[in-house]
Design a protein around this ligand. Structure first.
Ligand code: HEC
Length: 210
C-alpha cells in the first residue's frame, strides 16, 4: 500500500516538475540574466568599430582593408595610366562591358610566354580532373572520385567563346568548383590561351605539318 502511494506521489511530482519546467514562468519578466548552460560565445572581449585601442599601429580598432582589395565600384588605375572600374573591364569579368555577352577573344596579347604560363597553371589547377591532355582523363577519374569530367576537346567546348571559358574557370560549373579564388585573372586568361593551343593541337592534321 505504501509503495503504491509513494509511486503515485513520485509520478505526480515528476509531472509537476515537467509541467512547471515547460510552462511555469512563461511570459514572466525577469531582471536576472537567464541561466546559460551553453553561453555560445554571446559575451566576449572584442573591439567595436572605430574604438580607440593600442593594439593596432593606427590606434583604432578599424583597419584598412589588405593591400590589393578593390571595391566593386572603385576605379582602378592600371600601370599604363588607364582608369576603369572593376566591372568595366572584360579582363576582370569575361563579359563585353555593359552586357551579359561573353567576349569572343582573350583580352591579353597571346604570345608564347602567355601560353607557357597557361600550360604551367593548367597542369597545376586543371590536369587533376581534365588530364594533362584536357581529354577528361585526369587522376580523379582513375581514383573514381569525380563524376564524368568534361572532355575539353568536345565540339561544344571548342566552340565556346574565350570569355565563357574564362567564366567557367572563374566561377566553376555544376560539379566543377570555382578556380577563380585560387588564381588571378591574368593566369586564368593564360589558361584560356593554353587551352586553345591544346584544342588546336588535337584538331590538327598531318597536312598542317607540310
Ligand atoms: C575538381 C575537378 C576539376 C578541376 C580542378 C577543373 N575542372 Fe573543369 N570540369 C570539371 C567537371 C566535373 C566538369 C563537367 C561539369 C558538368 O558540366 O557537369 C568540368 C567542366 C569544364 C568545362 C566545360 C564547362 C561546360 O560548360 O560544359 C571547362 C571549359 C572546364 N571544365 C575547364 C577547366 C579548366 C580550364 C580548369 C583549370 C583552371 C578546370 N576546368 C579545373 C572538373 C574540374
Amino acid at each position: 500500500m505504501i509503495r503504491i502511494i509513494l509511486s503515485i506521489v513520485l509520478v505526480g511530482l515528476a509531472i509537476g516538475v515537467a509541467g512547471f519546467g515547460t510552462l511555469g514562468l512563461q511570459g514572466k519578466m525577469s531582471r536576472k540574466p537567464p541561466t546559460e548552460l551553453f553561453p555560445d560565445m554571446d559575451r566576449q572581449a572584442k573591439l567595436r568599430p572605430m574604438e580607440p585601442n593600442h593594439f593596432y599601429a593606427n590606434g583604432i580598432s578599424s583597419q584598412l582593408p589588405p593591400a590589393g582589395t578593390v571595391a566593386r565600384s572603385e576605379a582602378i588605375q592600371t600601370a599604363n595610366g588607364a582608369v576603369y572600374r572593376f566591372e568595366d573591364s572584360a579582363f576582370n569579368t569575361g563579359h563585353v562591358v555593359g552586357s551579359t555577352n561573353y567576349v569572343e577573344n582573350n583580352p591579353l596579347v597571346v604570345n608564347l610566354e602567355l601560353i607557357q604560363r597557361g600550360r604551367d597553371r593548367f597542369d597545376i589547377y586543371c590536369a587533376a580532373c581534365h588530364g594533362k591532355l584536357g581529354d577528361g582523363n585526369g587522376i580523379t577519374k582513375k581514383l573514381n572520385v569525380m563524376p564524368t569530367v568534361a572532355n575539353l576537346h568536345d565540339k561544344r567546348i571548342i566552340e565556346m567563346t574565350d570569355g565563357e571559358i574564362f567564366n567557367v574557370i572563374t566561377h566553376g560549373k555544376s560539379t566543377m568548383g570555382a578556380v577563380g579564388p585560387l588564381i588571378p585573372a591574368e593566369d586564368r586568361w593564360a589558361v584560356v590561351a593554353y587551352l586553345r593551343a591544346l584544342q588546336l593541337s588535337w584538331l590538327g592534321t598531318k597536312d598542317d605539318l607540310k
